[in-house]
Unconditional design. Structure first.
Length: 104
């Protein structure tokens, strides 16, 4: 990947800090966002105290520390199990090793 464009900005209306990188106008891109301000308790419960990464396909990946990130990681492991890439025992072992009894 050869990065042609880098954008760093504070977005006050959306209260986020954004870093974007791209391979020209039509190439691959990566956008990282995090909150500008420390979230309140409700915001922390919603995972707004972490970050997200978006790619050129529009897929959004959340920090594994957030509830949304934990759910996305668990879903990814479940898809691998359903595709036959993991046995049910491997799936269960990985979920328990990563989250214990704390998965939301």
């Amino acid at each position: 990947m050869q990065i042609d464009t880098i954008v760093v900005e504070e977005n006050e209306p959306d209260e986020c800090f954004t870093v974007g990188m791209a391979e020209g106008e039509e190439g691959r891109q990566l956008i990282i966002q995090t909150a500008l301000y420390e979230p309140d308790d409700q915001g922390q419960q919603l995972g707004l105290d972490t970050y997200c990464v978006m790619d050129e396909s529009g897929a959004t990946h959340y920090s594994v520390a957030s509830d949304a990130g934990q759910e996305a990681a668990a879903r990814a492991l479940a898809r691998r199990m359903l595709a036959g890439e993991l046995t049910p025992q491997e799936f269960t072992f990985r979920i328990h090793r990563r989250y214990g009894h704390e998965l939301p």
